[in-house]
Design a protein around this ligand. Sequence first.
Ligand SMILES: CC(C)N1CCN(Cc2ccc(Cn3ccc4ccc(-c5n[nH]c(N)c5C#N)cc43)cc2)CC1
Length: 229
Amino acid sequence: MPLRIDVITIFPDYFAPLQLSLMGKAQQSGLVTIAIHDLREFTSDRHRSVDDTPYGGGAGMVMTPEPWGQAIDAVVTDQSTLIVPTPAGKLFSQPVAAELAHSTHLIFACGRYEGIDQRVVEYYRPRIDVRELSIGDYVLAGGDVATLAMIEASVRLVPGVLGNPESLVEESHQLPGVEYPSYTKPPTWRGLDVPEVLLSGHHDQIARWRAEQSTIRTTHNRPDLLPGS
Ligand SMILES: CC(C)N1CCN(Cc2ccc(Cn3ccc4ccc(-c5n[nH]c(N)c5C#N)cc43)cc2)CC1
C-alpha cells in the first residue's frame, strides 16, 4: 500500500521539486503518491479569496476556514493524518518523520498570511489524527517550505525509497549527536590531505576516529545533543 500524500496550498508551484531526484523516483516506483491541490479551486467567490481580517484585531490576515474545509473534505478518509505546519506546532524531528513514513495517508495544509482559522484544526481533531508541527524556531512566510522539508524527511524513510538502506541502518545506529566529517577522492586537494586513518584500511581505527570526530563536532556545534545534556 503506497503512502499517499495530499498537499493543499495557494502556491502549487512551490512543490515542483517533488518531481525531481529521490522524491520523483519514489513516485515513479509507486512507493509514494503525491498530489498537489490549489486551495483557490475550493473557493466560491468571484475573487477566489482565502483570507480575511482577524477577529480581535491584530496585524495581517487570517485564512478563512471554508475553503480549507472544502479542500480537506475532498481528500480526507478515516485513515488520514492532517499535518498543519505552524510556528506554534510541536517540533518536527527524525522520530516524527519515521512515524509519518509509516502512515497511510498524509494531508498537509500549507497556510500563509498569519495562519489558518483555528476552527479547521478543531473541526478535524475529533475525526482524524491532526498534528500541528513546526520545523524549527525561526519564522517562515508560510507552511509550504516546511511541508517540503517534512515530506522529504519522511518519504526517504519509506521502505524501498532509499537505494541503499545501509545508510539508514548507520543513521539509526548512530550515537546521539552529529555525524563525522566525510571525504572522497582526490587524496590531496589544494594541499589538503584526507585524514591518514581513512586510507589505512583499519576498520576498527576508522570507527574509533569517526566516533571521536562526531563527539568533537557535537561538542562544538550541538552540545545540546550530548548524552546527559
Ligand atoms: C500576534 C499575532 C498577530 N502574530 C501572528 C503571527 N505569529 C507568528 C507567525 C509568523 C508568520 C506566519 C506565517 N505562516 C503562515 C502559515 C505558516 C506555517 C508555518 C510557518 C512556520 N514558520 N516557522 C516555522 N518553523 C513554520 C513551520 N512549520 C509560518 C507560517 C505565521 C505566524 C506571531 C504573532
